[in-house]
Design a protein around this ligand. Structure first.
Ligand code: PLP
Ligand code: ZN
Length: 368
């Protein structure tokens, strides 16, 4: 395989056939790959799924494993939010096989795992990533254990089990859940199907940017993006950078990152460059972005800065109110996704700029 893992800190390279998930130095792994093909003509002729972009993903040309795994994910509708706000669009990413945007990353990651001959995968999740990995692992014939917190929405847990995965519920914080999963990965020597650590996941989420490029006459001025671990934000950023490298776009849209006020580690570090004492995090209804210590924090901050973006935090009442408003417009989303709309409502550019809000997760899954 031509692509390699490369350490974000010390630049050591590893073959992807090595089942590692971080560098010997402890650093995070990125992907070093050949420049993928970006060919608009080919895209236009492709199917209406994110696999129209497969030539820009790190799979060899004759690799067809993804065809045995895809469930038609991606190429989701881009729809005007409300006719009174003609320049604001929502991208309905809950129209996915497992009802969240995580299918973009999970489909690519599990296709790669199958290509690598993986027989068992361990993942950890606050819900949707686990559901998605469980579904695609099931489809790929890969055994799957999902670590999650006992307090995860029961509907998400039920779905993970239904896909045949083994649920390992942990009493503890999201960070403790991740540590438990990582210990199990080391102990059992299996593939860590992590949406956070494995860079192949972002090869899937980057298609969000490609789709926006194809579906909009002109790329929006600003993209609202929820941020927990930053898999949508970073994927979008990578996709935009690739479009820029091919000179298809010249300026990147601003990335407007949304966090819950109750759990806003990145928004806090973004606003004070001086290292301040970290604020305690509290529970939030936005369980999908309740990440107190995101592993890729510095990469996320870098991406938001590079696009001249900003962070917005939203209060619990604002999230609840936003959920009701969105539902009245026809979009029934989970609370985590309502936070995106709440963030948009507070964004000062909302009146004048062209904006896209992602509807990342379906309402039916998020109720407790
Ligand atoms: C996972 C998730 C998020 C946050 O994504 P990150 O990759 O953790 O930043 C937001 N909304 C929904 C519905 C999710 O499932
Ligand atoms: Zn390293």
């Amino acid at each position: 395989m031509k692509e390699q893992y490369i350490c974000h800190s010390c630049e050591t390279k590893y073959n992807v056939t090595e089942m590692i998930w971080k560098c010997k130095c402890g650093g995070l792994l990125d992907l070093k790959k050949e420049k993928g093909e970006i060919n608009l003509e080919k895209w236009k002729k492709g199917q209406s799924t994110m696999w129209r972009y497969v030539s820009s993903m790190p799979f060899s040309e004759d690799c067809s494993i993804w065809k045995t795994i895809t469930m038609g994910e991606g190429y989701t509708p881009l729809i005007r939010l409300d006719e009174n706000v003609p320049h604001t669009f929502v991208k309905v990413d809950y129209m996915m096989p497992t009802l969240s945007f995580k299918d973009r990353g999970a489909a690519v990651l599990m296709a790669k795992a199958k290509e690598l001959g993986v027989t068992k995968v361990i993942a950890d999740s606050s819900g949707n990533a686990g559901t998605s990995i469980a579904a695609y692992a099931g489809r790929a014939g890969i055994h799957c254990d999902v670590f999650l917190s006992e307090s995860t929405s029961p509907k998400k847990i039920a779905q993970i089990k239904a896909h045949g995965a083994n649920v390992r519920a942990i009493q503890g914080t999201r960070e403790e859940v991740a540590s438990a999963a990582q210990e199990a990965v080391e102990l059992e020597k299996v593939f860590y199907g992590s949406h956070v650590y494995n860079p192949f996941f972002y090869e899937g989420t980057k298609t969000y940017a490609y789709e926006l490029f194809e579906q909009s006459e002109k790329l929006p001025d600003a993209l609202i993006i929820p941020v927990g671990n930053g898999t949508l934000l970073l994927g979008t950023y990578y996709g935009l950078k690739e479009l820029q490298e091919c000179k298809l776009i010249h300026k990147l849209p601003k990335l407007i990152a949304v966090q819950a006020e109750n759990c806003s580690p990145l928004a806090d570090s973004f606003s004070d460059n001086e290292k301040q004492e970290r604020k305690d995090t509290k529970e939030t209804v936005a369980e999908g972005i309740a990440i107190a210590a995101p592993a890729r924090a510095s990469q996320i901050l870098e991406a938001v800065r590079a696009t001249d973006g900003q962070f917005i935090t939203v209060a619990e009442e604002e999230i609840q109110k936003a959920r009701v408003e969105l539902a009245h417009k026809g979009f029934y989303v989970e609370p985590t996704t309502a936070a995106n709309y709440a963030g948009y409502s507070k964004y000062e550019g909302a009146k004048s700029e062209r904006i896209v809000i992602p509807l990342c997760g379906a309402g039916i899954k998020g109720d407790k």
